[in-house]
Design a protein. Structure first.
Length: 210
């Protein structure tokens, strides 16, 4: 299943969600069909995707149905002329001479080499990070700017929001997408701790594989 980005981009140009005015199962259905990274030619889709990512921990409990989202998804067409060639390891000829054995071994070796050379997609995760300030006087805008200033290969910052903690204090909840082999969350949190004028601590609130 894949998303029809052209139709989705046009739809989201004047809307925040696939259906209605709050996140729903329609958004979840389309979200799961969108492949990342999203091309720069679809800015509205990218904005919506980052926003919906912040609700990843609530996907199972969001209201509504996926029916409206089906308008923007499509079943991937069958691959054309690219199906892996099946290897007949047994053959129909009962008489297996030395030449037939050699040919079979060559075909098996070629098949295994073809499978080994297939590129593997980079494993990615969507992470919800919570960053806590020292007190209610901490400049939260400066805190968020400091957080977003961190740049690492395989790290993409997403949507954010402030969540009330109590006594007038709010924490920053921000979503990010990381390539698992390139980004260490422990290293990231250590770098965040260096902004000690604003950051008291940080925690991983949620994590989901893409």
């Amino acid at each position: 299943m894949s998303a029809n980005l052209n139709a989705l981009e046009q739809h989201l140009a004047a809307r925040s969600y696939v259906e209605g005015y709050t996140p729903s199962q329609a958004d979840v259905h389309v979200y799961k069909a969108v492949a990342v990274p999203i091309p720069s030619s679809y800015p509205h889709v990218a904005r919506w995707y980052s926003h919906i990512t912040s609700y990843s921990a609530e996907f199972d409990t969001l209201p509504g149905s996926s029916s409206a989202g089906q308008t923007f998804t499509q079943t991937a067409p069958a691959a054309e002329e690219e199906e892996e060639e099946e290897v007949d390891l047994f053959g129909e000829d009962e008489e297996e001479d030395e030449e037939a054995e050699k040919l079979k071994a060559e075909r098996v070796a070629a098949y295994n080499a073809k499978k080994a050379n297939k590129p593997k997609a980079a494993a990615k995760s969507v992470v919800t990070l919570e960053v806590k300030p020292w007190d209610d006087e901490t400049d939260m805008q400066a805190l968020e700017e400091s957080v977003r200033s961190l740049e690492m290969d395989g790290l993409v910052w997403g949507a954010s929001k402030l969540v009330a903690v109590g006594y007038g204090i709010k924490k920053l909840q921000i979503t990010l997408v990381v390539e698992d082999e390139l980004v260490s969350l422990d290293d990231l949190q250590e770098k965040l701790a260096e902004f000690d004028d604003y950051v008291q601590s940080s925690d991983i609130a949620a994590m989901q594989k893409l």
